[in-house]
Ligand binder design. Structure first.
Ligand code: PLZ
Length: 436
């Protein structure tokens, strides 16, 4: 696949427009799309649409295709597995791939303690299971989450997610016993230190919930949908300490930050935090649906036999893909590559910020970087600008996503297989889009 941006029609082209009309007639209105084009192929750092346009991919299908969307090792492993068998159900007739993925996760996740893993299909399903396990292990009901959090769209995870529109609006009532605490948000909390921000959150949880009632505290080490908010140093560690002291299960939701994305296998490592349970999905399996809960054996094994599972959890094709994706990340040095992508993006975005006060903040780690766009005088979030810049980039053939509670954040999540040339071209386009 040619690794360059090349537009042969307007965006969207005629074939995409035709498919969009069919989508409108056949697919539920609630299922939206970022881009107005339909994909025909993808790999490296590009997505090719049905009209033959080559677009630069700065989204990885929302942080999924870290090894690219057609990595040859993933394709070969899945092809071999699909020929052998597609499914038996691990709960009926188990197979080695599931066990091998569990072993790999137990090895790769932070901490040298004895661990166990259970596999599921989606990030939300894994978050739900982490909470189930923590409740059973502690015998406590309450769950602490944070401002701006995103944990999914199922009923429990909607309750855990902060933002109403579009994720929760009208879909309640929501699950009880979910309590929200203030986050560390260095750009908007007056530079509160990590320790002070943690003390503020802990004080609120102590007073309003009580540590003795808390089964778990669930946190994204860097928030994804919430705006790539990166807490001040020490925030996560102080929360983890407090959890340990009070028997609260510390759960890191690394669905978006995991699997090499931030320049480490897991973002918790940057803060020297060892979660009790870690939730993974997205980048785990090169694009196939797979998620996991990994953690301390004594917590994970609290659930009775038959208490955890699901028809498709740890599907053989997804497990084969995960093993190949992990091998690819290790063989191709993609963790280091994520770090270099972060340096390139940060340098280019910093250059754009000089002389453009609308770029209020640049943040994130590795190949998970964002800019927060603001009204220069007031510092108020400028969602209209983010929307306009993203739309202009889309028209010029760059797939870029927005995020943030206020919708004013542009986020960059390229595949780790993208070339420097493509990144520079995309940043040129972004600069033009901002200027226009
Ligand atoms: N936890 C931290 O980022 C998924 C959602 C996109 P699922 N983020 C992308 C959308 O609009 O639905 C996510 C996440 C974190 C959990 C999830 C949920 O993962 O695989 O989408 O269920």
């Amino acid at each position: 696949m040619e690794q360059r941006r090349r537009l042969v029609t307007a965006i969207p082209g005629p074939r995409s427009q035709e498919l969009m009309a069919r989508k409108k007639a056949a697919v539920a209105f609630g299922v939206g799309t970022t881009m107005p084009v339909f994909a025909a192929g993808a790999g490296g750092g590009v997505v090719v649409d049905v009209d033959g346009n080559h677009l630069i991919d700065l989204g990885s299908g929302i942080a999924v295709t870290s090894v690219g969307a057609s990595d040859p090792r993933v394709v070969a492993a899945v092809t071999e597995q699909v020929r052998a068998f597609t499914h038996t159900c691990f709960m009926v007739t188990p197979y080695e791939g599931y066990v091998a993925v569990a072993e790999a996760l137990n090895r790769l996740t932070p901490g040298t303690h004895d661990k166990r893993t259970a596999l599921f299909n989606s990030g939300a399903e894994a978050v739900e299971n982490a909470v189930k396990i923590a409740r059973l292990a502690t015998g406590r009901p309450a769950v602490a989450v944070f401002d701006h959090a995103y944990h999914g769209r199922t009923n429990l995870t909607m309750a855990m997610t902060a933002k109403s529109m579009p994720y929760k609006h009208g879909f309640g009532p929501f699950a009880p016993e979910v309590y929200r605490a203030p986050l560390s948000y260095p750009y908007r909390d007056g530079g509160l230190s990590g320790a002070d921000a943690a003390a503020r959150a802990i004080d609120q949880l102590d007073k309003q919930v009580g540590a003795a009632n808390l089964a778990a505290l669930v946190i994204e080490p860097i928030q994804g949908e919430g705006g790539f908010i990166t807490p001040a140093p020490g925030f996560l560690a102080a929360l983890a300490d407090w959890c340990r002291k009070h028997g609260v299960v510390f759960i890191a939701d690394e669905v978006q930050t995991g699997f090499a994305r931030t320049g480490a296998w897991f973002a918790s490592e940057h803060e020297n935090v060892v979660p009790d349970l870690i939730v993974t999905a997205k980048g785990i399996a090169g694009g196939l649906p797979l998620s996991a809960v990994t953690g301390r054996a004594e917590i994970m094994d609290a659930a009775h036999t038959g208490g955890l599972g699901g028809t498709y959890g740890g599907n053989p094709l997804a497990c084969a893909a995960a093993l190949a994706a992990i091998e690819t990340i290790e063989q191709d040095g993609l963790i280091a590559r994520a770090g270099r992508i972060g340096e390139l993006l940060t340098a280019r975005l910093s250059a754009l910020r000089d002389g453009d006060p609308r770029i209020g903040d640049i943040r994130g780690r590795g190949a998970m970087i964002a800019v927060e766009l603001v009204e220069p005088d007031s510092g108020r979030p400028d969602a209209a600008l983010a929307k306009a810049v993203a739309a202009a980039a889309h028209r010029r053939g760059v797939i870029v996503l927005t995020c943030g509670t206020y919708g004013n954040v542009l986020r960059f999540l390229p595949p780790l297989t993208i070339s420097d040339d493509l990144l520079h071209d995309a940043l040129d386009v972004l600069g033009e889009a901002l200027a226009g």
